[in-house]
Design a protein around this ligand. Structure first.
Ligand code: PEP
Ligand code: MG
Length: 798
């Protein structure tokens, strides 16, 4: 039986009872006596010294010592006064231990037979686990360290239960030790933690044991062997808890994800609610129909005029999209269908428009790929016409003279094209993944962004938002202190042009570019060269193949920004989500798995030849060191054929991208036929995880921290090391500073990223050693899921 009983003093009986119930759940077998003294005598909120004194007497009836917990303020005064009324022979002590954690620790250790001193010590140290988990500087740990004799017995046990060493297993461990005459210490070997004396549950929790980690138990005393056997059985059984792998990455329950780095705060502007399907009733009287039908082309023309106005303000890339939207809105066939439904059947005008656009929208969407995007544009035009007919504001970006944080369920192409970085401080969407349209655009514009923020749009009372585009953290209505902290944030120093770890291990930091403008931005950011020139970005708006001369001009613009430096030019990566008007392919049910990247060469062999010719001629005219590589390689034969063709044009530095698991697995063979490889982690992740990179709902799968992806990267890096050839990384993974360190540790020789990402990546690398990077890489590749990979890498780098 316990020699210590507990009194819980609180202003609220509900609060006290809930805390007691939680604590007692931990010791179902032999709990200590716990009595609540909460609320006032008349049932109100408050504390009453007489009730506290009665509770102390009740607990002490069986001769036990008493430990008193209090919530706050007058609870402390009432408890102090109660001591004056209580029997002076009762050994009673008031504790300042935390109310919930302390009570839990006290109940467990009292249940295990600890003395009043021991119980109070456990309760007082009960915040240690939470503090260490949250990395709060902790008060010195004054719990006794274990004076184990040399003869102590040892046992290594693995944690097999899914949730690791949380409160319930901790209670069982303490109870098992308390039942024996033995002194036990433990060390988390996996985390290389310090040895702690297992005197109570707090000590167990402080070790922070997670599933898969190994704990070294050491025991001394008469029952040393027996207690180790008891503990071994408990660990092996997983403390009676589930032992499957931790629940990971349930795709549909995604967390907000930071996709464009930086922090910003401001008033929130919400995109207007999307336009819903209008009601089909009441039907119009005959006399009303003519006017209603006539209103439809007027509304459509108003929409087209607005889109054309916006096209006039937009950048060149967006202009085409907006002008196409204006045309779609006034499609004569669709407008006539809608008018007929109004005139013949009395369907309300808005509903008639909705129905008339329905079939073409679905038809386009069903075809997938780029064509499906036209379906979205058509749906956008329909929503605008319905809004005009219902006299509501157009859906889309709300106007604002002041800077704002934009909050949207998702962004239509017509809206994203118009974002002004001077006004839009940050961007938060409920949909979208890390490589979605929104994310790529936000990164290019340098706007901090968070996607997959489910529920943010409807946040009640949220008027201002602090957005952390690096961590994905959103803080509603931030305090003055937080805003001040944000204002005082020291900007990351510019990249000095030489990427290296703290101990001087060089890692070239390069720029990803798609145009001459990008290249200039990369050079201005001190990029050491270009690791990925996406040539298809130069010609997205072309329906006809650019001539060799036109291509030379476009390529020279990029090369000229990096005189004497390396520029890796990627041949056209057409297909899937980047269709080019002049690279026709058959309609495909599954475009990401279809004819894209290098595969288009089989259909358009001359096109690749002309491009290689243009690259070679541009290279001769500029001083940049030009390398060329092919996207979407899956076999060694493809790589060999590409290398032969490129060398035939006098290009001497020829590589391929590793974007498919097949290529990663065959890296050693690929490196036998090419001069370098470059890891396209965006596609490598989507193909390894079988998760469309554009789907927000699959963002947790589409995460380059997935250990399966990291293991493939490791394989390619190892092949590069063995062959003595460069292995670069040019997917978005390289722009994540923590992951950049892991990639360095895995053996990547260069990292290529959006120029804006260079300072943060360079800064992190400059603060860690190569050995730390290797440790982080080892830990991350050995992890069971992406979250664990991140956490273990972070730990290794600290
Ligand atoms: C990649 O897949 O990681 C890559 C760099 O290519 P893209 O993003 O252009 O498909
Ligand atoms: Mg790719």
């Amino acid at each position: 039986m316990s020699s210590v009983g507990i009194v819980v003093v609180s202003h609220s009986p509900v609060l006290a009872q809930a805390a007691v119930d939680l604590a007692l759940e931990m010791v179902p077998a032999d709990p200590p006596r716990v009595v609540v003294a909460a609320g006032t005598a008349d049932g109100g909120t408050g504390t009453d010294a007489v009730r506290v004194a009665d509770a102390i007497t009740e607990v002490a009836e069986n001769g036990t010592d008493v430990l008193v917990f209090m919530d706050l303020g007058s609870a402390v005064l009432s408890a102090e006064m109660a001591l004056e009324f209580a029997d002076p022979d009762i050994n009673v002590r008031l504790t300042s231990a935390p109310f919930v954690e302390g009570l839990l620790a006290a109940v467990v250790s009292a249940g295990a037979g600890a003395t009043l001193d021991e119980v109070e010590r456990e309760a007082s140290g009960a915040l240690a686990a939470k503090r260490s988990h949250l990395e709060t500087p902790d008060a010195p740990d004054d719990r006794p360290q274990a004076p184990l004799a040399d003869a102590a017995q040892h046992l290594d046990v693995a944690i097999v239960n899914t949730d690791g060493l949380h409160a319930r297993p901790a209670a069982q461990i303490v109870a098992a030790i308390g039942a024996r005459d033995a002194w036990v210490t433990a060390q988390n070997l996996t985390q290389a933690g310090t040895t702690v004396a297992l005197t109570g549950p707090t000590a167990v929790l402080t070790m922070g044991g997670r599933r898969g980690e190994v704990i070294r138990l050491s025991a001394d005393g008469p029952d040393a062997a027996a207690v180790l056997a008891d503990l071994e059985a408990l660990f092996a059984d997983g403390f009676g808890e589930p032992t499957g792998p931790a629940a990971v990455s349930v795709p549909v329950v995604s967390q907000p994800i930071g996709v464009s780095p930086g922090r910003a705060a401001g008033p929130v502007l919400r995109m207007p609610e999307p336009v819903e399907e209008p009601a089909a009733t009441p039907r119009l009287e005959s006399a009303e129909r003519a006017a209603a039908a006539a209103a439809i082309p007027v509304a459509a023309e108003a929409v087209a005029a607005e889109l054309r106005r916006r096209a006039g303000l937009a950048a060149a890339d967006a202009r085409g999209i907006l002008e196409a939207g204006a045309q779609l809105a006034t499609d004569p066939g669709i407008i006539a269908d809608a008018q007929r439904a109004v005139a013949d059947s009395g369907v309300p005008a808005a509903r008639a428009v909705w129905d008339a656009f329905g079939e073409p929208i679905e038809g386009l969407r069903a075809r997938g790929g780029r064509i499906a995007e036209r379906g979205s544009d058509l749906a956008d035009a329909r929503a605008r016409i319905v809004a005009a007919l219902e006299d509501r504001p157009f859906p889309g970006l709300p106007g604002s003279d002041k800077p704002y944080v934009l909050l949207a369920r998702d962004l239509a192409p017509a809206d994203t094209a118009l974002l002004d970085p001077a006004k839009c401080l940050a961007l938060v969407t409920e949909e979208g993944g890390p490589t979605s349209h929104t994310a790529i655009l936000a990164r290019a514009l340098g706007i901090p962004a968070v996607v997959a923020a489910r529920g943010a749009w409807a946040e009640p009372g949220g008027t201002a938002l602090l957005v952390d585009g690096t961590t994905g953290e959103l803080t509603w209505n931030p305090s003055e202190a937080l805003l001040e902290d944000l204002a005082n944030t020291v900007q990351t120093a510019a990249f000095n042009g030489r990427g290296a770890t703290a101990d001087g291990h060089p890692i070239a930091l390069l720029a990803n570019v798609g145009s001459e403008g990008d290249a200039r931005a990369g050079a201005a950011a001190n990029a050491e060269g270009v690791g990925l020139f996406r040539t298809e970005f130069c010609f997205l708006d072309r329906d006809d193949e650019p001539s060799v001369e036109e291509q030379i001009a476009a390529y020279r613009g990029v090369l000229a920004a990096f005189p004497g430096k390396k520029v890796v030019v990627r041949t056209l990566d057409a297909g899937s989500d980047k269709p080019l008007g002049f690279v026709a392919t058959e309609p495909e049910g599954n475009p990401a798995l279809g004819v894209r990247g290098y595969r288009t060469a089989a259909v358009h062999a001359d096109l690749l030849d002309r491009q290689l010719q243009a690259i070679a001629r541009a290279a001769k005219l500029e001083s940049a060191h030009v390398a060329v590589m092919a996207p979407m390689i899956a076999t060694v034969d493809e790589a060999a054929a590409f290398a032969a063709q490129a060398r035939g044009h006098g290009l001497t530095d020829v590589g391929v991208m590793i974007e498919t698991p097949a290529a990663a697995l065959l890296s050693a063979h690929l490196l036998a036929v090419v001069d370098f490889v470059s890891l396209g982690t965006n596609d490598l992740t989507q193909y390894t995880m079988a998760a469309d990179r554009l789907l927000g709902s699959l963002a947790p799968l589409n995460d380059p921290w997935q250990p399966a992806v990291l293991q493939l990267v490791a394989r390619a890096a190892e092949a590069g090391r063995a062959a003595g050839k460069p292995v670069g990384v040019c997917g978005e993974a390289a722009a994540d500073p923590l992951l950049a360190a892991v990639l360095t540790g895995l053996g990547a020789t260069s990292l290529s990223m959006a120029p804006r990402a260079l300072p943060a990546v360079a800064e992190l690398l400059a603060g860690v050693s190569e050995a730390q990077c290797r440790q982080a890489a080892l830990a991350a590749t050995a992890a069971v899921n992406a979250a664990e990979a991140r956490a273990s890498a972070r730990e290794a780098l600290h």
